[in-house]
Design a protein around this ligand. Structure first.
Ligand code: PHE
Length: 461
């Protein structure tokens, strides 16, 4: 059990709580949170849409200047306070401080993201079963299966139930016996499956080289301002930042670990896995003479048409990979909410997980029924899934990240910060500079873009 931390005003904020059994446990759990649908589903399709190599390069720069510093910031706050996101801000500032709202925003974001993330993850599980049966028929027939799944509330709710059941089942087990234990099984399995698929893409198709060229040879003519902003927003989402997931996971870390080394490792693994998925997917897409820019339907519509040719031995591992990636992210989203109720309200883990997992499940049903639509700020009727996705990715996460950044860079005491970072030397000063002047500016740009307020962009369409 962790030492009991006390807040600045001497009050105990978080009582005895879980801790990772080992260093590897943290690395796998945090990479599990980061590596999710964002890596296997979103990264390849946005890379395809924005033209490949140049986009990848910008994305890598964004990971370094925005993602990595912010991940360090969250780990510093979390491990320093040994507390959930709300308690962590109370610990460093004071109880009742307005900064605890940042923690609250994180808990709310975790709740809302998991409610719709679970629907998409459920589709991935549904596609494992479809893959076992095999895809056959014309391209239209295969593609229409996805439409049928999305528009069938019963099916979406069924798979959503399975996914939420799995998340709840793991989180109920606790930090070591639930999250850590399952991350140690799911993450190596995910890596091996992806390695197999990447080797298939590189050597089993005729388009391995073409995929590598597409991903790694930058052609700046294809890069648009929109692409740069998507790279920035994605760097942020894919590293699970801005909503307290890394604060929560950091809070279970031992004081002896180097936060810099761990943040670099997790960011590297997340990026590496996204690139591996890109190689595997684009090699298959090019092998069958298709265009890379297929939009969000790339995974659930385009690939199944190719899988009809390759057979289940490629498609089953692929959707298992997607489901595993989603599961380790889903548990981190649930853990943020659960840790708040355990630490701050004194609930038992079982009660917090089942009750709040259940609430998230119920709200998720709104997103499962694609015909339930309401007019939203974008001026047309939209499904709850799209609206929740839009609000969290464009507003809640960037605002949460921005405020976390302001807090750590400008409000937190230099001593508290450097003590957790482990030094006050050159690297520390570089981090402080980045968090003060570079990361927040990049985040303001993301927020203004979400509000369609950037002067140099054309928002007329
Ligand atoms: N990082 C996850 C992904 O890439 C999503 C996520 C966001 C998970 C925020 C937790 C917190 O899919």
């Amino acid at each position: 059990m962790a030492d009991t931390p006390s807040s600045q005003n001497g009050d105990t904020v978080c009582k005895s709580r879980g801790q990772w059994a080992g260093h590897l446990g943290f690395i796998l759990a945090a990479s599990g949170s980061a590596i999710g649908l964002g890596n296997i589903w979103k990264f390849p399709y946005i890379t395809g849409d924005y033209g490949g190599g140049a986009f990848v390069l910008v994305y890598l720069i964004c990971v370094v200047i925005v993602g990595l510093p912010l991940m360090l910031a969250e780990l510093i706050i979390g491990r320093g306070a040994q507390c959930n996101p709300v308690g962590a801000f109370q610990h460093f500032h004071r109880k009742g401080s307005p900064w605890q709202l940042v923690g609250w925003l994180g808990v709310a974001s975790g709740f809302l993201i998991l409610s719709f993330y679970s629907i998409i993850a459920g589709w991935a599980i549904a596609y494992i079963i479809k893959s076992i049966a095999g895809f056959s028929g014309s391209a239209e027939t295969i593609q229409s299966q996805f439409g049928a799944l999305v528009t069938s509330p019963g099916a979406s709710i069924f798979w959503h139930t399975i996914f939420m059941g799995l998340c709840i089942g793991i989180v109920v087990g606790g930090v070591q016996k639930g999250i850590e234990r399952w991350s140690k099984i799911l993450m190596p399995a995910l890596f091996l499956i992806l390695l197999g698929l990447m080797c298939y893409g590189l050597f089993g198709t005729h388009a391995g080289m073409k995929a590598l060229t597409f991903l790694f040879k930058p052609d700046f003519h294809k890069l648009t301002a929109e692409g740069v902003l998507s790279a920035l927003g994605h760097a942020f989402f894919t590293l699970s930042l801005g909503m307290g997931a890394m604060i929560t996971y950091g809070s279970y870390m031992k004081k002896s670990e180097s936060l810099l080394r761990d943040a670099v490792t997790v960011s590297f693994l997340d990026t590496f896995i996204a690139l591996m998925a890109g190689v595997a997917i684009f090699a298959m897409v090019f092998n069958y003479g298709l265009e890379p820019s297929q939009g969000p339907g790339l995974i659930f519509k385009t690939l199944p048409v190719l899988f009809a040719e390759t057979g289940p031995w490629v498609s089953v591992p692929f959707f298992v990979l997607l489901a595993f990636a989603a599961l380790t992210s889903g548990i981190s989203l649930l853990e943020v909410v659960v840790s708040y109720f355990i630490d701050q309200r004194g609930w038992s883990r079982v009660k917090a997980t089942i009750l709040w997992g259940g609430m998230i499940y119920l709200v998720g049903i709104l997103s499962a029924v694609s015909s339930w639509q309401i007019p939203f700020i974008r001026g047309k009727n939209e499904s709850f899934l799209d609206i929740f996705d839009f609000i969290t990715t464009n507003y809640m996460l960037p605002v949460g990240g921005f405020l976390t950044c302001l807090y750590i860079a400008w409000i937190m005491k230099d001593k508290d910060r450097s003590e957790e970072f482990g030094s006050s030397g050159k690297l520390y000063r570089a981090l402080r500079f980045t968090l003060r002047y570079i990361t927040p500016v990049a985040l303001v740009v993301v927020i203004l873009h979400g509000l369609k307020l950037l002067p140099f962009m054309d928002y007329s369409h």
